[in-house]
Write a protein that binds this ligand. Structure first.
Ligand code: EPZ
Length: 423
């Protein structure tokens, strides 16, 4: 396994290009199952999660060709396909469950392994399955697989009230509804930019969808969808992550491709903490307003609230803020695993259930730490960049899931960071 070694350094300067969104690409790729014609994605990120989704789609019989160093994915799926998503692939990545809706819509049946446990929480699929049952699917859980069958071989439209604005369930149901008989309405739908990006792609394929980006989405089923070419939206979580680099280290960095409207709530918290964000024609320029960082309170919520995927990274900033910050994690039940690692670096953090209280200290100190999940691992890298001395982050395979070329991007703005092979 590899590790990443970071030596705490000074101010950063330069530009970081932001890639296409992992969480958009992971739902856009299964959309290829909805048509017999080719779907091509451009601006795709080069990540291990994308390779896992590629492996899964190929196991179902889709042709997936990766071009231009992985930035273009050409997918096509003709004739009958295999409708069984095997456990040994699904267990690697929860987003594999996004093939359930498309498989049911295309073939009228599917067997999809439950993803199994995940570091940040139980992450059940009840909203997905309850909704599909309202659309006429019969779903049984047997030997760890969801066995789903659409009555009469075709899903039918339904009015569905989500108990929680689940991102994945919104995506699964939206895709399933494009080919259902009649109209589907999702109330309390997720509003993330990745949902809008998926709707844009499905419309380009001939789907009839309105209301994406709001909490009420209406989909009129059509008989078939045609092929399309779609550019993956910018990754707002990678963007927010790298916006915190100059905030934590000082200096000024321009994030190429960044736009404030992807991260309004996050930018408001940066402003309160004393960070200036300026829109440029190429993206966003980020710098501290003056020397110090002010403590702020953060509560994670579904979009447009503060993103849970930036909670760990924000905590890294607040470890050396002036004052005490309270972070409430309201989306996942176990998403503070970065806290004990930051404490090893001298941070003062108390975790009680879904709340973490961070009392700012002057400076963190480098130490050997361990990555536990994707966003926790990058928060440790950010903290290490401004810490005194050297930090070695182990198990960085977590990072490769969601951050392409992270060492090169951070070295490019002056960070003292390298990747090493563990003996
Ligand atoms: C998506 O996960 C993202 N993943 C996550 O990003 C992100 O943290 C999450 O949305 C919230 O924004 C992808 O898009 C691939 P949810 P998803 O369904 O769809 C509960 C990252 O770091 N829930 O909105 O799984 C669930 O347990 C990843 O890139 C149910 O109870 O998120 C969780 O507590 C991590 N029943 C909450 O809702 C269900 O049927 C949010 O889940 C579905 C979800």
């Amino acid at each position: 396994m590899d590790s990443i070694v970071v030596k705490g350094g000074g101010a950063l300067s330069g530009q970081i290009p932001i890639a296409g969104a992992k969480n958009a690409c992971l739902t856009l790729m299964p959309a290829c199952l909805l048509s017999e014609e080719p779907l091509t994605l451009t601006n795709a990120p080069r990540l291990s999660d994308i390779r896992t989704m590629t492996e899964l789609l190929r196991s179902l019989g889709a042709e997936v060709t990766s071009m231009q160093d992985g930035q273009v994915l050409a997918m096509s799926c003709h004739g009958a396909i295999n409708t069984r998503a095997e456990y040994d692939i699904v267990r690697k990545m929860r987003a594999s469950n996004l093939v359930l809706g498309p498989l049911l819509a295309r073939e009228g049946h599917a067997q999809v392994s439950l993803p199994g446990g995940c570091a940040i929480g139980a992450r059940p699929m009840d909203i997905h399955t309850d909704s599909l049952e309202l659309m006429g699917a019969q779903i049984d859980l047997r030997d760890g697989y969801l066995h789903a069958k659409a009555a009469g071989g075709k899903l039918k439209g339904a009015v569905i009230d989500f108990p929680f604005a689940s991102v994945g369930a919104t995506e699964n149901i939206m895709m399933a509804a494009t080919l259902a008989k009649g109209t589907t309405v999702i109330n309390n739908a997720a509003r993330e930019p990745e949902i809008v990006d998926l709707a844009d792609c499905l419309r380009a394929m001939g789907a009839q969808i309105d209301g994406d980006g709001t909490s009420r989405i209406e989909i009129q089923g059509v008989d078939r969808l045609h092929g399309a070419t779609h550019r993956v939206v910018t990754d707002r979580i990678e963007l927010g992550t790298y916006m915190l680099a100059p905030a934590i280290c000082g200096g000024e960095v321009e994030l190429l491709g960044g736009r404030i409207n992807l991260l309004q709530a996050f930018c408001e918290k940066l402003d309160a903490a004393g960070i200036d964000v300026m829109e440029t024609e190429k993206g966003l320029k980020v710098a501290r307003r003056n020397g110090s960082i002010q403590a702020v309170n953060v509560t994670t919520e579904p979009f447009p609230g503060f993103p849970t995927d930036l909670q760990a990274q924000m905590m890294a900033l607040l470890c050396t803020a002036q004052g005490t910050s309270v972070l409430e994690e309201k989306i996942f039940e176990n998403r503070f695993m970065h806290a004990p690692e930051l404490i090893r670096m001298g941070a003062e953090i108390e975790v009680h259930g879904g709340t973490a209280t961070v009392t700012g200290v002057k400076k963190l100190k480098g130490a050997p730490v361990m990555a536990t999940d994707l966003r926790a691992s990058v928060s440790l890298i950010l903290a290490a960049m401004a810490a005194e001395g050297e930090t070695k982050v182990s198990r960085v395979y977590h990072l490769d899931r969601g951050y392409e070329h992270v060492v090169a991007k951070l070295r490019g703005v002056g960070a003292n960071i390298e990747r090493i092979k563990d003996q």
